[in-house]
Design a protein around this ligand. Structure first.
Ligand code: NAP
Ligand code: HSE
Length: 428
């Protein structure tokens, strides 16, 4: 029986899971692929570090060329993360005819087209299922499962760390910093968790999903991004009272042939299926013109779920190899990219204002909305328990982003508005 030799770049959280699955599921994998799979070499930084798996120490190396230039190795699995030197290693491995499996959303969101183009020229596969939503097979679903449909909306909880934090804040009233530390200890957070909490990790994943879903070349700079670092317990409590949960949502929409992609903390109606996605779980809601509503749910991070997607990609490479079709990919981003303007992006909004508690203030506030053609769904006023002022909580009807920006600019300068405490998009 033929044996496929695999080089692993990285033996951290995800790399360890890959070794466990390749070794633990060897018989099943052999039956599916008709091939033996062997982890031949593993690149790490620190050869002396204690590892939680019993791997032959002779397989460890700190010399990348032992993998990327090793003629024995057929497939390189990249789970070391980062842009450089990783991108250089991957391009060199492709140059040497190796197929690539990666979990690296940073790299695929920023340099995916270049890597895919180079791989196609060299007849190599590049698969990256684990880069978005860990254990959920959403990339294959968008490319293959929805190939016959026209997707108009993708909404995703695609960052496990922030969903873990928001869930603990909502359910236990936990403190933001404390929960972030827990998520780091559990191996969910990125090496620099700023990219999780400031929404960049989710934005990279939405770049990939929007590219595949809308079949157009979405880049990271097309995504408007806001993270969760300013979400307060108060926002979560007020949202709950009105029937909403706060979630960091990636939202990609297509109206006619114009698209928008954003990541932001969003108030989502409790009745929407995304509102009950808790903890490190991820979910991707996809609306297709023909299929209607669908949702894909599962663990979005962690050792074994992420490794499951990686080893599934490895199986796909091996099956392609047996059929002699490695590297025969079709360019999926064939639509011309047209971005929506602020006038075209519409949603409902939640706004919490701290205002002077005196006669006529509410009328002044509602007039600003009317002047900018933003219609209101509900307005609630309550005294602030601590300061001598009132809190006004407003939910708008559908309004365009340009009008909302004008409203907020006026509030910024309006004497009776002490503070624009929070503004959230509302969904569901
Ligand atoms: P990690 O635990 O930090 O592991 C990184 C591994 O790469 C370590 O083994 C490290 O070696 C090695 N490494 C890093 N830089 C290196 C370099 N310059 N030269 C040689 N070895 C190097 O990372 P991870 O959490 O497994 O994540 C890996 C990738 O998967 C990232 O792209 C991440 O975004 C992605 N991902 C992670 C998850 C998750 O749940 N963690 C989920 C989906 C996708 P040492 O062990 O010697 O330090
Ligand atoms: N830091 C990422 C998350 C890992 O929390 O979702 C999975 O990509």
């Amino acid at each position: 029986m033929m044996t496929i030799k695999v080089g692993l770049l990285g033996l951290g959280t995800v790399g360890t899971g890959v070794v466990r699955i390749v070794e633990g599921h060897q018989e099943d994998l052999k039956r599916q692929t008709g091939t033996g799979l062997v982890i031949e070499k593993v690149l790490v930084q620190d050869l002396t570090k204690n590892r939680s798996i019993a791997l032959d120490r002779g397989k460890l190396t700190n010399r990348p060329e032992d993998i990327i230039s090793n003629p024995e190795i057929d497939v390189v699995i990249e789970v070391m993360g980062g842009i450089e030197p990783t991108k250089g290693f991957i391009l060199q491995a492709i140059e040497n005819g190796k197929h690539i499996v990666t979990a690296n959303k940073d790299l695929m969101a920023m340099h995916g087209p270049e890597i895919m183009a180079r791989a196609a020229e060299k007849g190599c596969d590049v698969f990256y299922e684990a880069s978005v939503a860990g254990g959920i097979p959403i990339i294959r679903t968008l490319i293959e499962g929805f190939s016959s449909d026209r997707i108009t909306k993708i909404m995703g909880i695609v960052n496990g760390t922030t969903n873990y934090i928001l869930t603990k804040m909502s359910k236990e009233g936990a403190d933001y910093g404390e929960v972030l530390r827990e998520a780091q200890q559990l191996g969910y957070a990125e090496a620099d968790p700023t990219s999780d909490v400031e929404g960049l990790d989710a934005a990279r994943k939405m770049t990939i999903l929007a590219t595949l879903g809308f079949r157009t070349d979405v880049t990271l700079s097309d995504v408007s991004v806001k993270g969760i670092s300013r979400v307060s317990k108060e926002d979560i409590a007020y949202g709950k009272r009105l029937g909403y949960e706060v979630k960091l949502l990636g939202i990609a929409e297509r109206v006619d042939d114009q698209i928008s992609v954003s990541v932001q903390p969003t108030m989502i109606k409790k009745s929407h299926p995304l509102a009950s996605v808790n903890g490190v779980y991820n979910a991707v809601y996809v609306y297709g013109e023909a299929v209607g509503e669908t949702m894909f749910y599962g663990p979005g991070a962690g050792e074994m779920p992420t490794a499951t997607s990686i080893v599934a990609d490895l199986v796909a490479v091996v099956k392609n190899h047996r059929l002699g079709v490695n590297g025969r990919t079709v360019n999926i981003a064939y639509n011309e990219k047209k971005l929506q303007t602020d006038e075209q992006i519409t949603s409902k909004y939640y706004i919490l204002l701290h205002v002077a508690d005196k006669a006529g203030v509410l009328a002044k506030i509602t007039q600003v909305f009317a002047d900018n053609e933003v219609s209101l769904e509900s307005v609630n006023q309550q005294p602030n328990p601590v300061n001598p002022m009132a809190e006004i909580i407003i939910i708008t009807h559908q309004a365009n982003q340009a009008s909302m920006k004008r409203v907020l600019k006026v509030f910024d300068e309006l004497e009776v508005v002490q503070e624009i405490k929070s503004v959230y998009r509302v969904e569901g």
